[in-house]
Design a protein around this ligand. Structure first.
Ligand code: NAP
Length: 266
């Protein structure tokens, strides 16, 4: 598969989970991948995996909430022959906390990564993608951007914001006729390291997981929460990301695609 040969893709949160799988998928389709993450070692690990498969990538440390880091990271892409045509905005953190006890600072830190990070990526990458003749932006929202989840109000707020920002920017690009398509994907329960990054105290106090659980296991959660009964793999999300990034999705913009095993169907 070389449908993205000669093109470059920029992926945030690419050092782990869905971002790593998306980077691998894009590289397998021939793209040069800018593998970016606040976790530099994670980004380097993804770039190594791509290189081991014969793909091409560069690892870059990028905190998506920092505008100066965005302009510096994207400026590096200007120096390569491969035209930047894809942005996958994947960086994010999850948060379990009841609204009545959640510190405002925690909400703000989540907004900075998910909402400000997605905004900054679109602001700085879309003009470059348009300058390359067009391409695609894929934002990673969540089931939490489609349905309310008790105990996750802050997370739902950020993911709902990403969903609507995606649609508004899709229409801005359409008005400009700049050839840039912008879509969101909404995973449900995906087996990634994110599930193990929750504070055990937070999990223990919450209504998530089985009673008294201190660690969230996506496979256990999926048995009851996902209609088809199984968790999604990061590679399955990446397949949809790569489809939306490809020319096969030429007529799709402003769309939201749930990858949730039926969680939003009922
Ligand atoms: P993950 O394995 O934890 O990967 C997320 C990556 O983003 C991590 O490497 C993380 O670094 C990085 N990151 C965090 N803050 C960042 C920042 N300010 N700038 C740049 N990178 C940053 O999580 P994942 O499950 O793959 O999640 C990827 C996306 O999918 C997230 O937006 C998440 O909300 C969404 N999602 C996941 C699921 C799921 O079930 N896993 C479901 C729906 C939606 P650190 O580890 O250092 O924080």
């Amino acid at each position: 598969m070389s449908e993205l040969a000669g093109r470059a893709a920029f992926v945030t949160g690419a050092g782990s989970g869905i971002g790593r799988a998306s980077s691998l998928g894009l590289a397998r389709r021939g793209a040069y991948v800018w593998v970016t993450d606040v976790d530099e070692a994670g980004a380097e690990g993804t770039a190594e995996l791509i290189a081991r498969e014969g793909g091409r990538a560069a690892a870059v440390r990028l905190d998506v909430s920092d505008e100066a880091q965005w302009t510096a990271a994207l400026a590096r892409s200007d120096d390569r022959d491969e035209a930047l045509t894809v942005l996958v905005s994947c960086a994010g953190r999850s948060m379990i906390a009841d609204t009545a006890t959640m510190p405002l600072a925690d909400l703000r830190s989540l907004l900075a990564v998910s909402v400000e990070g997605t905004f900054l990526g679109m602001k700085h990458a879309i003009p470059r993608i348009a300058g390359s003749g067009g391409g695609a932006v894929v934002t990673i929202s969540s089931l939490a951007g489609l349905k309310g989840i008790p105990g996750m109000a802050a997370y739902c707020a950020t993911k709902g914001a990403i969903r609507m920002m995606t649609k508004a920017v899709a229409l801005e690009c359409a008005e400009l006729r700049n050839g840039v398509r912008v879509n969101s994907v909404h995973p449900g329960v995906v087996d990634t390291p994110a599930w193990h990054k929750h504070d055990p105290e937070e999990v223990g106090r919450s209504r998530h997981g089985s009673p008294g659980a201190r660690v969230l296991d996506p496979h256990v959660v999926a048995e009851t929460a996902v209609p088809i009964g199984v968790a999604c793999s990061p590679a399955e999300v990446a397949d949809t990301v790569c489809f939306l990034a490809s020319d096969a999705a030429r007529h799709i913009t402003g769309a939201e695609i749930a990858i949730d095993g039926g969680m939003t169907a009922g």
